[in-house]
Design a protein around this ligand. Structure first.
Ligand code: SF4
Length: 408
């Protein structure tokens, strides 16, 4: 075990640092006397009323070691206390070992569909995020409890914190009614309770949805029932700036003002080179909360065009994803007063589930984009043609149905 204040003697192997080289400069403390426990993640600590730590995520392919390491360093320099990197494959895990050598940023590995990679990535990161809704993909015959116990044992062995990252777009029990927020909450409670039963307390929880009101509701409920557990705040698929920043403000500012939240990420649909905008947006939200400038539920305008889009990450199937989201936004500008939800997603991981709830959904494949109307697949179209197909679909089926619903 490496003592506080000393560097790991095996830096070349595990890369873990115990020096506090980058003090948290985001000076928003959520509440005096806050009861969330303090957990260490590399050189930062969250919880207990300490300053809220900002996070972001690399969107370059994890195997592109130099690009990811450069992104992690750039984000850390911009004020990120922690940077997440996706680990889907053995090649990604091998890349993380090299990335660790090239950056001093605190790193979190996102396991998504492959919990078995925990053991391979743990030596090179400070935190591991698992999604309860994705545990069933690998070794479906093994109970989730066995898988989580394995992740916990690995976290203990390699000095890592954990995040239970629940996402309404990928739920364990696939409750597709409404936003699924109650299923998400139940999942968070269940997994936090299981951590308790294992005697492991170095974890935080996130409960994310693309709906700010669902995020408000879930985090308030969780904080009231589990005031001991640090919360990672954020919306999933908030979308393109500036709308994505506004949606994030609607959920995060009231929560922070209520003393809820220990770390946060503003997820924005921007290219990898612009990811520091997520940190700038997070800093603005912290400053607003500190100054008492808080958007409230009254400021939400649900009956208008709502474009939700993911922030993209290493799993994005085609680099044209962000451009596609921007094209969707500009092509639908004339519809901005129409009550219509369009979801644009970068890959198969969350794409199929997250588009089910939208009036129109687009999720990216390698060479084609899947276009959906609600949960129904309309077809797969080339990147060059899918926006036109989407507009046709809106004109022919979605708008007439919406208008008929609004006839008095
Ligand atoms: S939908 Fe896919 S590409 Fe987009 S952020 Fe989620 S995992 Fe990454």
């Amino acid at each position: 075990m490496v003592a506080e204040g000393q560097s790991c003697p095996n830096l070349c192997l595990c890369g873990k640092r115990k020096t506090s080289t980058r003090p948290n400069e985001n000076r928003y403390n959520t509440a005096m006397g806050k009861t969330t426990r303090i957990i260490s993640i590399g050189t930062v600590k969250i919880g207990g009323g300490l300053p809220v730590v900002l996070q972001s995520m690399a969107a370059a392919k994890t195997a592109d070691i130099n690009a990811v390491a450069e992104t992690c360093s750039r984000l850390a320099d911009a004020g990120a206390g922690l940077v997440r990197v996706a680990a889907d494959t053995a090649a990604d895990a091998a890349a993380l070992k090299e990335i660790r050598k090239k950056t001093t940023a605190n790193l979190s590995a996102d396991l998504q569909e492959n919990y078995r990679l925990a053991e391979t990535v743990a030596p090179f990161v400070d935190k591991i995020r698992y999604n309860p809704g994705h545990l069933h993909h690998a070794e479906p015959e093994i109970p989730w409890q066995t898988k989580v116990e394995r992740i916990v044992n690995i976290a203990r062995q390699y000095d890592c914190a954990l995040r239970i990252g629940v996402n309404c777009g990928s739920l364990e029990n696939a409750d597709r009614n409404g936003s699924g927020i109650d299923s998400a909450l139940n999942s968070a409670f269940q997994h936090a309770g299981f951590m308790d039963s294992l005697g492991f307390d170095r974890f935080c929880v996130s409960i994310k949805s693309s709906d700010p009101q669902a995020v408000l509701y879930a985090n308030r409920r969780f904080a009231s029932m589990r005031p001991d557990v640090p919360l990672h705040l954020g919306l999933t698929e908030a979308g393109l700036p500036p709308a994505g920043i506004r949606k994030s403000r609607l959920a995060l500012e009231p929560l922070l003002a209520e003393g809820i939240g220990d770390t946060l990420r503003v997820s924005l649909t921007v290219p990898n080179q612009r990811k520091a905008e997520e940190i700038e947006a997070g800093q603005q939200i912290l400053q607003n909360a500190a100054a008492g400038i808080v958007l409230t539920e009254k400021d939400w305008q649900p009956d208008k065009l709502n474009i939700i889009s993911c922030p993209s990450c290493s799993r994005v199937e085609n680099d044209r994803f962000v451009q596609l989201a921007e094209q969707v936004q500009s092509a639908t500008e004339p519809l901005k007063e129409v009550p219509l939800t369009i979801a644009v997603m970068g890959c198969r991981v969350n794409g199929p589930g997250e588009t089910d709830h939208a009036d129109i959904g687009l999720w990216c494949g390698v060479n084609a984009v899947n276009l959906k109307r609600g949960s129904v697949l309309v077809g797969s179209f080339r990147y060059e043609e899918v926006v036109e197909k989407m507009l046709d679909e809106i004109a022919e089926t979605v708008l007439p149905a919406a208008r008929s619903k609004h006839v008095p």
